[in-house]
Write a protein that binds this ligand. Structure first.
Ligand code: ZN
Length: 347
């Protein structure tokens, strides 16, 4: 399967935080042919193991399988679904989205409705409509009817966006945060030849609510080096100053120096920078962005694990749809493979 097809399948799959089953099954299938063992841990992380020599260090590469989304909170008497937000979603993007409610019997399509603009007061028109004023319209006319359709409290809800290729290297789709990381991981394991160090390719759960899967996976594996493969928000769009978002799409993967939860271990940062320079691929150094990644938790495991991050610059993350350049993802794959090979020299 080509990388773009891999990303398409992962992006179209649904894995709202806490309900990662579909993505997990896909990751299992993708990792299996290229690892010695693939296992699911007790919380639901998926771990592909490529065994190396016993006297060599081990490396954990993590990409989170979950995506931001919504969850059914209440069904009104007249059949509208009210929802909770799962992960950091901007209220501004919710109105009029087409969504899928994933019921036990399969997905149901709905749209996020709101009060018609015609009856809004002047000051209401200027305000962002908050999530708790919105509702999902399934076409049901009562609570009973919505339940008969299969809706239950707690059902996950994803945005109904299909993967699209816009031009040679530019693609748009749902949940590139962090399905592109999952795709990179799968591709790295496929392309990786025999290596001396043990490599754990880990698809983690519940990153968007506090990197919970990475916390337990890293504790169990206790690797010598940790690398998260994730996305970072890309600037370079109208209205965004360079100083606010210096990382750009198509300028190469970004290597986190520091973010809100991690100061990259100097040896890991060196490893990644050296790998990029050896390959002659573009890369960007990233400072102090608002978020953090699984690496923040991996780093603080037990006695501590030297950790760093490879990020793919992605526009419009934490909304219903995101955009990235395949060039950046392909360079991230090359960078990760070269870094893995260099681990025994540095650790
Ligand atoms: Zn992420």
């Amino acid at each position: 399967m080509s990388f773009v097809n891999l990303l398409e399948r992962l992006s179209n799959a649904c894995g709202v935080t806490g309900r990662e089953e579909e993505v997990r099954e896909l990751m299992k299938e993708l990792l299996k042919p290229n690892v010695d063992e693939v296992r699911e841990d007790k919380l639901g992380n998926i771990v592909g193991v490529r065994r190396g020599r016993k006297d060599m260090p081990s490396i954990m590469m993590a990409a989170h399988m979950d995506e931001v989304g919504l969850m059914v909170k209440n069904i009104t008497d007249v059949g509208f679904v009210q929802f909770a937000k799962i992960g950091g979603i901007d209220d501004r993007i919710l109105v009029a989205q087409k969504v899928l409610i994933h019921t036990e019997g399969g997905p149901l399509t709905g749209i996020i409705g709101s009060k018609p603009p015609h009856i809004l007061k002047e000051e209401e028109k200027k305000k962002v409509i908050e999530a708790d004023e919105l509702f999902i319209d399934l076409g049901a006319s009562s609570d009973k009817e919505a339940r008969e359709m299969g809706v239950r409290i707690g059902d996950p809800i994803s945005f109904d966006i299909r993967f699209t290729k816009l031009r040679e290297d530019v693609v748009v789709g749902k949940a590139f945060d962090d399905r592109v990381g999952c795709a990179v991981l799968a591709e790295v394991m496929e392309k990786l030849e025999k290596v001396d160090c043990t490599v754990y390719a880990v698809g983690t759960i519940q990153e968007e609510v506090g990197m919970r899967g990475a916390t337990t996976a890293a504790f169990g594996l206790y690797p010598d080096v940790g690398i998260a493969v994730d996305v970072t928000f890309a600037g370079g769009v109208p209205g965004v100053k360079d100083v606010e978002a210096p990382i750009k799409m198509r300028k190469g993967p970004s290597l986190v120096v520091a973010d809100r939860g991690l100061i990259a271990h100097p040896k890991v940062l060196r490893l990644l920078v050296d790998a990029a320079e050896e390959l002659g691929i573009p890369y960007q150094l990233e400072m102090g962005s608002a978020g953090t990644t699984d690496a923040a938790k991996i780093a603080l495991t037990r006695e501590g694990i030297p950790s760093g991050v490879i990020s793919i610059p992605t526009r419009y993350i934490h909304s219903s749809v995101s955009m990235l350049s395949l060039y950046d993802a392909e360079n991230a794959i090359k960078l990760a493979i070269t870094a893995i090979k260099k681990v025994p020299k540095i650790f």
